[in-house]
Design a protein around this ligand. Structure first.
Ligand code: SF4
Length: 472
């Protein structure tokens, strides 16, 4: 029978159906970080339990780490406590930890793929919403809460509601200067931030098939922002090529056997979907959010809508968002002055993101009133970028070049907005107060668009800068 990847992976990992209607799913890989794990380990300790599969559990430190030098103890006492708790828990429970002394440290959704821990056909869980990132490999990956982290540590299982599958086909081709971030922002704008509730999103079509693994990760990362429980791309030769030679991927003949199985778990041609949506990739332009959720976005050449332009049910939310963001209905989003430019996060902190941003800033200076931060997603990304000299490009342009971590995506470390600052950000959430200041404001966009905003000192169309670079 023809089936989707989600159904195949789900069935293969089903331990049993629960009386609640949920499925008890075996989890192939559990990724742990310092923020959502301390209480989970404490609960295990209280009940005298061990970690059921320490060889399927890996930990890293990312959310709280300072990125401007990392001497211990950290100046922030709470951060130091979280770090010390993770170290103690990993030692006591036998969980490998990529800590600050490890070349493999970085954001959990960056290091899993780059180490080859993330593989097609797996079920993956992590106590972070953006675990959907790993779906780029054809894994079924869930962000979970602390009590579920406890459950997975103790039993390697999760109780999960069954999911429907919506296939999102992105047709055509992207114009130069239009990126994976623009595609996913355009999808969320169209389907809404609640549109994916009860669904897993399967991304398909020529635009997705041509994407690199980094780009697919950007798309899958933000599935959760569209309300979907998970998002994935069927594994193909791009996936297999990315995984070959990675540290935790199979090697030799075992790799060839694994690759054959990975290809087999892709959705079958003619599989039935609960819903299907087509997006014209040719029409996607560089996107910028203007509101306080990732669905409130516009093309860089568009105007910000007003309450009168939207359905009755959305009017109050739009008015509230515009008031918070200090934007006039009907104004152009291009030309909005920015104070901070942040390039990083698990959405867009990978090497190709930094390469694209560097292409924009090379030979230019960021505006005098802009504070610019480039925060690689992992140590490996940082090292690779330095080998290419990207750090010099950013430093010469006036950006700060930081150590790896989540940084200003969530501002659980000292990298924060101040007051009403407006930040052009390559991260994934523009909620009120997300970047550290309770009144701070966030405009989500691609890393290249952030770089362009930093140079111009205001939101601008990156395609203008790219065409000027090519002409010079
Ligand atoms: S970069 Fe942001 S979204 Fe990603 S894991 Fe860190 S805090 Fe979460």
């Amino acid at each position: 029978m023809r089936s989707t990847l989600l159904r195949k992976v789900w069935d293969l990992h089903t331990v049993r159906r629960l009386p609640s209607g949920q499925t008890q799913l075996l989890i192939g890989l559990h990724l742990v970080h310092e923020v959502t794990s301390p209480q989970a380990f404490d609960m295990l300790r209280l009940r005298g339990r061990r970690v059921a599969f320490p060889d399927r559990t890996f930990a890293t430190v990312d959310h709280i780490v300072p990125t401007d030098g990392q001497p211990r103890p950290f100046a922030d006492e709470l951060a130091e406590q979280m770090m010390a708790a993770l170290e103690r828990n990993c030692r006591e429970f036998g969980v490998p930890l990529f800590d600050l002394s490890s070349d493999d440290q970085g954001i959990v959704h960056v290091i899993g793929p780059e180490l080859g821990l993330t593989q097609p056909g797996m079920t993956i869980a992590c106590g972070d919403s953006h675990t959907s990132t790993h779906g780029a490999f054809g894994a079924v990956a869930f962000g979970i809460g602390t009590s579920q982290v406890r459950d997975v540590l103790a039993s390697q299982c999760l109780a999960m509601e069954p999911l429907k599958v919506r296939r999102i086909i992105v047709d055509g081709a992207l114009d130069p200067g239009v990126y994976a971030k623009d595609v996913i922002l355009a999808i969320i704008r169209r389907l809404g931030v609640q549109g994916g509730v009860g669904f897993a999103y399967e991304y398909a079509g020529p635009v997705i098939e041509r994407m690199t693994m980094d780009e697919r990760m950007t798309v899958c990362n933000m599935s959760i922002e569209g309300g979907a429980r998970a998002g994935y791309v069927n594994p193909d030769e791009t996936t297999v090529g990315y995984l070959r030679g990675r540290r935790f991927a199979p090697a030799g003949e075992a790799f060839d056997r694994a690759a054959a199985w990975w290809r087999s778990i892709a959705s079958d041609p003619g599989a039935a979907y609960d819903d299907e949506v087509r997006v014209d990739g040719t029409a996607v332009r560089p996107m910028v959010t203007w509101g306080t959720n990732p669905g409130q976005s516009a093309g860089v050449d568009e105007r910000v809508p007003g309450p009168a332009d939207v359905a009755d049910a959305d009017r109050a939310a739009v008015a509230d968002a515009l008031a918070y963001m200090d934007l006039e209905p009907g104004s152009r989003i291009a030309g909005t002055k920015v104070n901070v430019a942040f390039i990083g996060s698990c959405t867009n902190g990978r090497l190709s993101d930094l390469q694209e941003a560097a292409r924009v800033v090379r030979g230019r200076r960021i505006a005098a009133h802009v504070r610019g931060l480039v925060v690689p997603g992992s140590r490996r990304v940082r090292d690779a970028a330095e080998r290419e000299g990207l750090h010099e490009v950013f430093l010469e342009a006036g950006f700060e070049w930081r150590q790896a971590g989540c940084s200003m995506c969530l501002a659980m470390n000292p990298d924060r907005l101040e007051g009403r600052e407006l930040c052009a950000s390559s991260s994934n959430r523009n909620f009120k107060g997300r970047q550290g200041s309770p009144t701070g404001r966030t405009l989500l966009m691609s890393p290249a668009m952030v770089a362009a905003a930093a140079v111009a000192g205001e939101v601008t169309d990156v395609r203008l800068l790219l065409s000027r670079s090519e002409a010079s």
